[in-house]
Design a protein around this ligand. Structure first.
Ligand code: AP5
Length: 214
């Protein structure tokens, strides 16, 4: 099954798509994670993407499309995959449909995580990430046992540069202007499934599986 998880920054795309991917036994592909890995590895793509990401702006479509085009052809994607954070513009959505059509494939479902924008600000400001393994915490909802350090490997926790309030507001604006209109694009042909993304993480996971017919 080929699925897209779509929603505002902080709506829970990463958290929920990893869980759904583990249940359905298909890989979860996050363009945000791929770009952060490129920055960490100091690749040419990372160098081009970093300033956009730190400021909370979208990375240009051509860079993202090249990344996705390569990744979905990999052998672990033959049985399907979940795209987390892609597509984010109409150009990306149309390009994905074209890429899949060329392979006689299609995107079956788009899970739209709906949430109050003010709630995402609190979620993102409190997020902390392990500088070594990438494990995610939240100062209120999922605090580490020892404040500031990862439970798994003891490495210091850091805040993503784009989780500062100023960048969060830019990300929300980019979402409203460039990404939110995709709901109409996918609703037109019945691929969109809206899921209420507030409340308990386990309950939201169940709502998603219901929306996928599991
Ligand atoms: P990306 O990494 O995709 O960031 P984002 O969309 O802003 O999403 P987040 O990872 O911040 O949030 P999420 O919805 O995944 O929520 P999460 O589960 O992590 O992209 C980063 C940047 O890369 C973009 O700004 C852009 O520059 C660039 N980029 C990426 N893809 C691109 C594309 N296709 N085109 C162009 N540019 C692109 O949860 C957030 C927090 O909330 C966590 O702390 C979590 O623990 C907590 N949480 C989750 N669920 C709950 C819950 N139910 N209750 C309480 N807390 C919760």
């Amino acid at each position: 099954m080929r699925i897209v998880f779509f929603g505002a920054p902080g709506s829970g795309k990463g958290t929920q798509s990893k869980r759904t991917g583990a249940t359905l036994l298909i890989p979860q592909l996050s363009t945000g994670d791929m770009l952060r890995a490129a920055i960490k590895d100091k690749t040419a793509l990372g160098a081009k993407a970093q300033s956009y990401m730190d400021q909370g702006q979208l990375v240009p479509d051509d860079l993202i499309l090249g990344l996705i085009h390569q990744r979905i052809k990999a052998s672990d994607c033959h049985e399907g995959y979940i795209l987390d954070g892609f597509p984010r513009t109409l150009v990306q959505a149309e390009a994905l449909d074209e890429m899949l059509a060329k392979e006689d494939q299609s995107l079956e479902r788009v899970i739209y995580l709906e949430i109050d924008p003010e709630l995402v600000v609190a979620r993102l400001k409190g997020r902390r990430v392990c500088s070594l393994c990438g494990e995610e915490y939240h100062v209120d909802h999922r605090p580490p046992q020892k404040p500031g350090f990862c439970d798994k490997d003891g490495a210091p926790l850091a805040q993503r540069p784009d989780d500062q309030e100023k960048s969060i507001r830019v990300r929300l604006e980019a979402y409203h202007n460039q990404t939110a209109p995709l709901a109409q694009y996918y609703a037109k042909d019945g691929r969109l499934a809206s899921v209420h993304a507030e409340g308990d993480i386990d309950e939201i996971s169940l709502r998603i599986l219901n929306a996928l017919g599991h």
